[in-house]
Write a protein that binds this ligand. Structure first.
Ligand code: AP5
Length: 234
């Protein structure tokens, strides 16, 4: 099963992709996570990407496409994957179609996360990430038990570099100008469905699973099942 989650920064794509990945047993591919890893490792690619990311601009298409080609060729992608934050431009979407064609595969579903700018701003201004294990917290919605300390590993919690107010404003602008047009592209292919993402994580997760169950060939799911109504907490 091949899924794409599209939505503005902070709409919950990463949170939901991680949960879906566990339940559907297919990898979560986040170009943002891959880029943050190369930035952390200070590779040449990382240094180039950092200059774009800290301004909230998109990393050039040719870089992203190479990353994706390499990632989807790994054995764990055989049964499918969930893209989070890719594609983000028309060129990336067209290149992805080309990759599918070459591999004789087909995209199953694109899910667009709909949410107000007000909610996004609150989520992003409250986000904290563990500097040691990468766990995600939110001052408003998922606060740590003690101060700025990770519940899991005791690491220090820090805001994400690109969650500064002026960068968030630019990321939202970039989303509207460069990624939103993809909605039209996937509407023409009759592949896109909207979901109201302004709700509690566990409720959103159940709705997503129902939507996927209804839209994608049920045999594509690991088991045709009613998904357990367990907590969406990781
Ligand atoms: P990327 O990492 O993809 O960032 P983004 O799309 O801006 O998305 P975020 O990670 O900020 O938000 P999200 O929607 O995943 O929400 P999340 O679940 O984290 O990209 C970063 C940068 O990398 C880009 O700006 C660009 O420079 C570059 N890049 C990446 N991909 C690229 C590409 N394809 N092409 C070119 N450049 C690329 O949640 C956010 C917060 O809200 C968290 O604190 C979370 O706990 C909380 N939260 C989540 N769900 C809920 C809920 N239901 N209720 C309350 N709080 C919630």
């Amino acid at each position: 099963m091949k899924l794409i989650l599209i939505g503005p920064p902070g709409s919950g794509k990463g949170t939901q992709a991680r949960l879906l990945s566990k339940k559907l047993k297919i990898p979560h591919i986040s170009t943002g996570d891959i880029l943050r890893e190369v930035v952390k490792n200070k590779t040449q690619l990382g240094q180039e990407a950092q200059a774009y990311m800290e301004k909230g601009e998109l990393v050039p298409d040719n870089v992203i496409i190479e990353i994706i080609k390499e990632r989807v060729s790994r054995p764990d992608c055989e049964k499918g994957y969930i893209f989070d934050g890719f594609p983000r431009t028309l060129t990336q979407a067209q290149m992805l179609d080309k990759i599918f064609k070459e591999k004789n595969k087909e995209l199953d579903l694109v899910i667009q996360f709909k949410i107000s700018d007000e909610s996004l701003t609150k989520r992003l201004s409250g986000r904290l990430i563990c500097s040691k294990c990468g766990a995600d917290y939110n001052l408003y919605f998922k606060p740590p038990r003690v101060g700025d300390i990770c519940d899991r590993c005791g690491g220090k919690l820090l805001p994400r570099q690109d969650d500064k107010k002026n960068v968030v404003i630019n990321r939202l602008k970039v989303f509207k100008n460069q990624t939103k047009p993809l909605v039209n592209y996937y509407q023409k292919q009759a592949k896109i469905k909207d979901i109201d993402a302004d709700k509690k994580s566990e409720n959103l997760n159940q709705e997503l699973l129902q939507l996927i169950d209804a839209e994608v060939n049920p045999n594509g799911l690991p088991e045709k099942q009613s998904f357990p109504a367990e907590s969406a907490e990781e």
